[in-house]
Design a protein around this ligand. Structure first.
Ligand SMILES: [Zn+2]
Ligand SMILES: [Zn+2]
Length: 108
């Protein structure tokens, strides 16, 4: 998958129609404006900071979403467990320290 470029001139038809040019084009053949790496998604018109970038962060996330939805769900569950686990660990630590303090006040 190669990155594509788009016209940066908002007045230009290339820009309006979201025409994508090959990476070896540096300037728009219609208006002569400099081309910039643009998100490859048809409906998206986000210019990319990275000249080798193919999709913008949003579309990348969207594509990843549909590509490995199941995988993502598993990761989300795993992450949730991890958070829950650390929460419990944190709490039990508090409980232990509270208990330790309480023990000090217990009559011997
Ligand atoms: Zn143009
Ligand atoms: Zn995009």
């Amino acid at each position: 998958m190669k990155s594509v470029r788009g016209c940066t001139n908002q007045e230009c038809d290339s820009y309006k129609e979201n025409v994508h040019y090959k990476k070896d084009f540096d300037y728009c053949p219609k208006c002569g404006s400099q081309l910039m790496a643009v998100c490859r998604s048809r409906s998206c018109h986000t210019f990319l900071d990275n000249p080798d970038g193919i999709y913008c962060a949003r579309c990348l996330a969207k594509r990843k979403d549909s590509a490995d939805h199941a995988k993502k769900n598993i990761t989300a569950i795993g992450g949730g467990l991890l958070v829950a686990g650390s929460f419990v660990a944190k709490n039990s630590k508090t409980i232990i320290s509270v208990a330790a303090k309480a023990i000090k006040f217990l009559p011997k």
